[in-house]
Design a protein around this ligand. Sequence first.
Ligand code: 0RA
Length: 633
Amino acid sequence: MVDKKESGKSYSSKNIKVLEGLEGVRHRPAMYIGSTSKNGLHHLVYEVVDNSVDEAMAGYCDKIEVTLNKNGSVTVKDNGRGIPVEPHPIYKKPALEIAITKLHAGGKFDKGTYAVSGGLHGVGISVVSALSKHMIAKVRRNGKIYQQEYKIGKTLCNLKIVGKTDKDDTGTEITFFPDDTIFPTTEFDFNVLQTRFREIAFLNKGVRIILKEEKTGKKETFHYEGGLEEFVKWVNKTKDALHKPIYFTKTNNGVVVEVAVQYNSGYQENVLGFVNTINTVEGGTHVVGFKTALTRAINDYSNKNKMTKNGNLTGDDVREGLTAIISVKVPEPQFEGQTKTKLGNSEVKGIVDSVSMVSLSEFFEENPTIARRIVNKALDSQKARNAAKKAKDLVRRKSAFGGSGLPGKLADCSKKKSEETEIYIVEGDSAGGSAKQARNNQFQAILPLRGKPLNVEKASPIKVFSNEEISNLITAIGTGVGEQFDAQKLRYSKIIIMADADVDGAHIKTLLLTFFFRFMPELIKNGNIYIAVSPLYRVRKRGDHYVYSDEELKEIKKKLGENASVLRFKGLGEMDPEQLWDTTMNPKTRMLKKVTIEDVVQADEVFSKLMGDDVSARKQFIAERSAEAQIDI
Ligand code: 0RA
């Protein structure tokens, strides 16, 4: 910025720091890849893969190989046409070099090349090169193999021909080493990449993505000729499906709409939205359009066939046990919301609504057995919801006699503005008692829970809403659930789960997270849910040191000497209020983990496996993940 005071003679061009092109990317990486954390690091791979997927979607490529190399680099190789190496008409340099060293040149040289392209940021390969300490690009084209190398976005040499190949052998191969001065960790996680590549393969039928890790020899191939139909079956694989998937696709006003729907015998709603293959965690106009059409199409069928009994079915009624995937390709998507994963384009709502309405009605007419099964399921859910409503009203009336309408067990705080307040959900009455003594009652509320929370994954809504602990939780939080959910009514901006650091505690945390994920997912998406991390040990020597893991204990003992006295905390209930305040509740010294949903598909899989009916899936899952101390969703 030019300083206004610094005018006239004293001003010279060297005073302005021009953040031009790739300089800017290194200066503010988060603007281009979201963050420099693990997420951002993996984004580099997606950015390169997205370019190859675009080439595949244009019909020129059917195989993409991603290799995590032993030396820490990643190679993405495709069999597309190869990035052009011919001189760029304006820059008079190989187009490849421009794509890799100039911001926004990307793989999309002119807008006409690809109709739509993936990539949330769509920033292109030059951003990856700017954030890589070394990059090597190889292009097979015209029977020749071309190569060029780069360092933090700058060329190390001119484009060279390094070999010959068959005229029909074409493609692009990019190898990059992420810059460790930008990324605190440069280690790639096979599982994270695999989840995203599976998703990409489902969303782009026919594409084959092969992921290899040299260090471990692990290799996975993702290739689905069935596309979304296979995706919906895969999401339902641990559930009991009620019918073959309903599938339709249509292009309307330049927007490609593709939908797959399959009900299961459970109670959860699982509607996944994608825009240009990006998982829109916060939903948006495409999801709204689909939901509107689904409710209308089911009500129309039910009315026409005289199945309706107690008035029209609500959205909640028709979405119980629903798994649906709505994938749209939009030429110029507008992303909104806190994490920029909510589609804002208003025209898309009407497009998805009309395409879905026509296709669903047609399907119901042609498949009356399935249509009746779906309507009957919605009617059952309507019945249960009415009964649950009566139970909820009863709870509300009971508490109305108590005065505030809040649960009797809640020790509320005196401040009322939710931005300033937090609630601790505490396992057990004894820990609840300590927490009540320890807290700062100005801004910290305590809600003790008796026993294990209900497993909502397996319970019907009526059971969920008539459960006393759950209804206390809902009332204390204030937002309501389902269609009534209203984030404005949130009573505390931080909802902190505090449980013992043992197996039981882990189970309780998972049960509560399952509840939040299924009934108030907005709170997770908005970053309101936290887990309190309590210490395992107190080491006493020259003051008290709280220690959170066995490794940390080893280290501190090395530092302080083996004679230091070590106290192992058995549970939160055993700490005196002062200790509990110091270690777990004082905002200045405590450690909180924010719960996030990086991938809804993955989170759903985790919860259905951990909490659902399929025992063998659960056992296998736990065996595979037992090394990971904590389940990240
Ligand atoms: C624009 C034009 C052409 C190829 C590509 C882009 C292309 C880009 C990437 C990025 C990764 N893999 C890729 N494969 C191809 C080809 C134009 C032509 O040959 O006529």
